[in-house]
Structures are given as C-alpha cells and as structure tokens.
Unconditional design. Structure first.
Length: 545
C-alpha cells in the first residue's frame, strides 16, 4: 500500500433508521466502494444527494457522521489501515494528516474567535508547529489563496469577511498543518459563480503548490472537471463509473453519467412580453430599518402573466431584497408597485387578503420552509383554509389534486417532511404556493440546493404548471444556466441596481456591460482547461485597465 497515499477497499457504511410506525432497523448506505489515490492527485466524487459522497469522504478519516457507522472494508492512509486505529491516534490523524473543508465556512467557523486563532489551532494543538511558525505559514497561505491584506486578515472575525474570502480561509485552515490529504466537501456550492471562479482557482493552485492529494466532492460535473485528475460517479451508495476527467466528460459510458453531462444544455425559447403587465415595479429605492444607506436604487421591472422574469446577480446585488419589497416585508422608501391595475400598499400590514394570496413565495431551503411536525396534507391545506375557508372533503379533494399536479400523488399527504427527498420537499412547497391560486410566484433560488437532475425536474414542473395556470414567475438565481432554461425576460442586478434589463435574447446578446460580461463568462463549462482560460482572460482585462 505504501506507493498509494489513500487506498479504500470494499468500503461498506450503514446506519440505523427509525421509520414512523415501524421498528428501527439497519440499512446499508454505501455498498462496497473501492478506489485509490496517489500523492498530488485529485479525485472528484460526484453524484446526487444520498449518493454517499460526503459519507465516503469522511470515512477516509475513519469518521461516521450522524449515527453512520463504517461496517466493512478497509481504509489505508500512508500505508497503514486506520479503521482499527485507537481514538487517540485517530485524533492525531484528523486535522493534521487528513483535513476537511466543509460546504459552509460560515457555519464552521466560531464567530467569537478571530480567523487566525482558528486557522492555526489544529497545527498548534497537535504539536505540528509552534504558534509563531503556524501564524507565518497561515499568512503565506492567505497570500497564496489570493486573500486581501494577508498580514492582517487573520485579525478579523468571520463576519468581517465575505463568503468567498471565508471559504478561502477555511482552505488555509485545512492546508496549514501540511496534510497529505484534504477532503473538499462542496466548497463552492453556496458561492456565486463570480466568486466561485476565484475560490476554485485558489484551491487548484494550492493543491499544485503544496503537492497535497485531495478528494473533491460536488454535484456539479462542470466544476469538478476543472480541478480533478479522475472522477468517480456515485449513485445510491454504488460506484457507477470511474475514469479520467477527460473520459468522464467527453466519453461517458453509463447512462446516468451521460445524463449528468447533458443536464445543463436545456434552453427555453423566451416569449415576448404581453401588452399589459400583471405587476410593475417603478423606481423602487429601499433601505433596511436602522440603517442610513440604501440597498436598492431606482429599481424598475415588469412581470407578465404566463411568463418568467429572471433576476440574476451575485449575493448582495439586491435580488432577494427586491422580492421583500414586492411582498411588503420591506416597505420601499421611494417608488411604487402596481399590481393588477392597483397600487399596492408598501407595507404588508396595509395589504388586503387577496393581495397576500395572489403573491406567493417558494423558498430556497425547503427543509426550513416547512414545519417538520406537520404532514404534507396539513402544509398544503393551510392556505386552502386561510384563503378559501375549505374544510373536510372539499379540502382533502383539493390537496389530492395539488399532489397530482406536482407529480407526487395522494399517498404523500400523510407523510412528514423528514420522509421526503430534497426534490419532493421542493415540490410540496410548490403545491403550497399553488394552493393559494396566485397570479405571481416568487421563486427564490429554488433549485440552487438541489442536484442537477432533480433541479432539472423541478424546472420542467414549474414550466408545465405555468403553461397550465398562466402564473407569472419572478425567478431569483445566480445561475445563468438556469436562466437560459426558464427565462422570458431578465433583470441583471449589481450593488442594488438593475444594470441590464430586457428580453432573454437582448440581455444574453452582445455588446455587454462589464458586469454582465463577467457574469456570463463565469458560468462553468464542461470542458478541460476552461478555468485557466477564464482566469487568464480576467488577468489580461485587469492589466489592460
């Protein structure tokens, strides 16, 4: 085993489940997976939620999360088998020899401690470096990862840096003890595409410069293609396909892999706007309570029945804030919103019940958008009771109709959210919005937390429902591939302003303003070398300016 940094043989992982009304029983969630990883190489693990990606990644540290247990197989790191290792020795291995970068840096850092203290903690605690040496190494890594003010950024608290900067700080934390293996678990999924480019390139450069090996876990094949030497495709705990990155993206063998490769190619032929918009947002300026600066500046846009307005831009651009103004949750300081021929009260409290009913929202995180103690039938039935006074058989019939509309079926009405997959949860949220019989549905990043194939199904469902119900969508996203798949008109927002607006053909056709050009160029493409091309193009533009 000594010539391989990591060898995983016939890995089996199980868990105990507690289904309602049934006896607890054990299930196997990873079924005999095997692979090897050499020093300095990157293996991408890709697949849908529940495929076993993160579970396998954590198993390389002999760790089972949330009651998960490694039930069979072998994991060899640097020539020794670690599954039978004593806990004291595993603690030395974790955080020094094998390190981990999670998806959410914001949730992983302690908000009460400065960044430097947390970056060097594992290295100092394990006796790998003295505090002084560890701090010098951290500063070196901050510079290598392209962080601003590398000498002083460690003195800040996590909330004092951006999401992309904090994700790079977490990469520095993982690299500081000079590990042999780093497990990157969806490190850029929560980032905007423009920020994602910087973090991806920083990770790739750091891997190359330090010679560390890495497992890179993601559900985005275009992203993993930019950093991996090989890719392993997983589904429901089984290895579906394993090959070089070039082979997987250009000549996939298995049907599931071919579906992953082709999923980003869907394009919707946009419709021209109708004569009379269902909603007009006119010159909106807004600020949050207790602040003295505006977060929206003179924002104007229109929504038309049966059509989709995609609002696109990076975090902090004003997309969700615009939605809050539309719903009355954030009263505008200036401007007005006209809906169905009438001017809406800027404040939620001043709006009629029909105003509330006819503008509905579907949220990004279905997990936290539903009460876990309520059944699907209760969740969907609430707006039927509140807006229409439905009870008894009438309500049950309408709930079953809505479940059929979202392609789940009446048998789901007695299930709880915990018994549903991510895609099923989002379908229930769609049904809840439809139950109010709205004229406008605001879709706030509704597919960004979903796997590509599941997200594709949700987009198809939304399109079919729109065709049948003639509802208008405001679709908030930072993913241009999604925009191409659903939009009729597009508003590009940057720093609280609409910088480009029009039909999809107009907005996505040159000449572009600088920000739209950057946004479009930052969408990952399914080809080798794309990342380096984009970074080089940015460097040339910066040099030219």
């Amino acid at each position: 085993m000594s010539d391989k940094l990591l060898t995983v043989r016939d890995l089996k992982i199980g868990a105990r489940v507690y289904p309602p009304g049934e006896k607890p029983h054990d299930i196997e969630i990873v079924h005999g997976v095997s692979f090897e990883l050499e020093k300095g190489k990157v293996l991408g693990l890709i697949g849908e939620s529940g495929a076993g990606k993160s579970t396998i990644g954590l198993a390389t540290m002999a760790y089972g999360r949330g009651g998960v247990e490694i039930t069979g197989g072998e994991v060899w790191v640097n020539g020794r088998e670690i599954l039978g290792t004593r806990l004291r020795d595993l603690r030395k291995l974790r955080g020094t020899e094998v390190t981990y970068v999670s998806q959410s840096a914001a949730a992983s850092f302690n908000p009460a401690k400065k960044i430097m203290e947390q970056v060097i903690e594992a290295s100092v605690h394990a006796g790998k470096f003295s505090k002084k040496v560890a701090e010098a190494r951290a500063v070196e890594l901050f510079a290598k990862l392209g962080l601003p003010d590398p000498e002083t950024i460690g003195n800040r608290y996590p909330h004092q840096v951006s999401g992309g900067q904090l994700q790079r700080c977490m990469t520095a934390l993982a690299l500081c003890p000079e590990p042999d293996l780093v497990v990157f678990d969806e490190p850029t999924t929560a980032l905007d595409v423009t920020t994602q480019i910087d973090v991806l390139m920083a990770i790739k450069d750091a891997i190359r410069d330090t010679g560390v090996a890495a497992l890179y876990i993601t559900h985005d094949l275009a992203v993993v293609a930019q950093v991996s030497d090989e890719i392993m495709v997983l589904r429901m705990g089984d290895m579906i396909e394993h090959g070089t990155t070039d082979q997987i993206i250009n000549a996939p063998v298995e049907e599931y892999t071919r579906d992953l490769v082709s999923v980003r190619s869907r394009v919707h032929d946009g419709k021209p706007p109708t004569e009379n918009p269902v909603m007009t947002i006119e010159h909106i300026t807004a600020r949050y309570k207790g602040t003295n600066f505006d977060v929206l500046h003179d924002v104007s846009m229109e929504l038309h029945a049966g059509q989709t307005l995609a609002v696109v831009g990076e975090s902090g651009s004003g997309k969700s804030t615009t939605a809050r103004v539309m719903t009355g949750l954030l009263p505008a300081r200036d401007g007005q919103i006209c809906f169905d021929g009438r001017t809406l009260s800027p404040d939620l409290a001043g709006r009629a019940r029909d105003d509330l009913r006819e503008i509905q929202m579907i949220y990004q995180m279905a997990d936290v958008a539903m009460n876990p103690r309520q059944t699907v039938g209760t969740i969907i039935g609430r707006p039927l009771e509140f807006y229409f006074g439905m009870r008894g058989a009438e309500k049950r019939k309408r709930i079953e109709e809505l479940l059929n509309d979202i392609e789940l079926g009446p048998e789901f009405k007695d299930r709880y959210p915990a018994e549903l997959s991510g895609g099923q949860k989002q379908r229930v949220c769609i049904a809840r919005a439809l139950a109010a019989n709205p004229k406008i549905i605001i879709c706030d990043e509704v597919t960004s937390a979903l796997d590509p194939l599941v997200a594709e199904d949700i987009l198809k469902l939304l399109h079919e429902l729109q065709e049948r119900e003639n509802v208008a969508y405001l679709f908030i996203t930072h993913d241009i591939a999604t925009v191409r798949a659903i939009a009729d008109t597009i508003a590009v927002m940057y720093q609280g302003r609409v910088v480009r607006y029009g039909t999809k053909a107009e907005v996505l056709s040159p000449p572009f303003d600088d920000y739209t050009d950057l946004l479009l160029a930052s969408v990952p493409e399914m080809r080798l070398g794309w990342l380096e091309e984009v970074v080089e193009h940015r460097s040339m533009e910066s040099a030219g300016n």
